[in-house]
Design a protein around this ligand. Sequence first.
Ligand code: NAD
Length: 265
Amino acid sequence: MTDRRKVYLYYKPSEELEPKIEQLRTLGRKYDFELVKDYTEANIIASIGGDGTFLQAIRKTNFRDDCLYVGINDGHLGFYTDFSLDDMDRIEEGLQSDIIEVLRYPVIDVTVDGLKTFQCLNECSIRSNVIKTFALDVYIDDLYFETFRGDGMVISTPTGSTAYNKSLKGAVVDPRLKGMQLTEIASLNNNEYRTLGAPLLLNGDRNLVLKVIQDGNDHPIIGADNEALSIRHCHEIHIKLASKQIKTLKMKDNSFLHKVKRSFL
Ligand code: NAD
């Protein structure tokens, strides 16, 4: 058995899911995959559930860039889940033929106050945690760009562009473009406060810095994909495209454009 066949399954156990997972285990054994209990030993990490489960699987396994991630949905088609527990034949077909390929997804690195660094596959969101607005000075590559006052900002990756970013009227970005997008959540725009007021797509080598204006409402909620960080006060948030990328296994006939068309058109 080669090292390439060690698989870790990430899922929320439930009575409903168990029979289907057992079918998956049986299929895995048939094709010489070894199931491991420790994700650090795996070279394939399979999440079973929706996009939210896939995001959690990557976060809980530390955004490894030395293994392949696979999203298997439990009934609902998603952006990160190319396989379905309800279609074992298609999974088996994928194991035997070349209808699957490896795709690399950009990730963003976020550092808070020079101390805590974390990664996001969809987006990092910074939001006021009270009814009051909060303010941020935005710097791009050391250039003071604008002062934002409003509900918050979202910095998304290309694959995250179809999630929260899209609800904020951000652009849908082809994941082949390596960059990040800054979108506003309800900015104040009047004679006192002025922001760009449009989504800003930045090249992958840009450094974005958000300085929280310490005016009393200076403890925003910072979200990394679908998890809120337990940071109470913050001054400076540095965001850039990470040098590492997440490798995923996907069906060749289910491209990003297929998913956008299926989900939104
Ligand atoms: P959830 O269960 O509320 O899921 C939200 C929806 O977003 C699901 O339908 C999921 O399939 C979809 N989704 C997730 N990633 C996607 C992507 N990259 N492209 C297209 N759709 C995607 O929450 P969750 O499952 O925990 O997902 C967390 C994500 O929800 C966050 O990363 C954020 O992008 C999104 N979100 C959206 C809003 C909004 O649109 N107003 C607000 C908060 C969070």
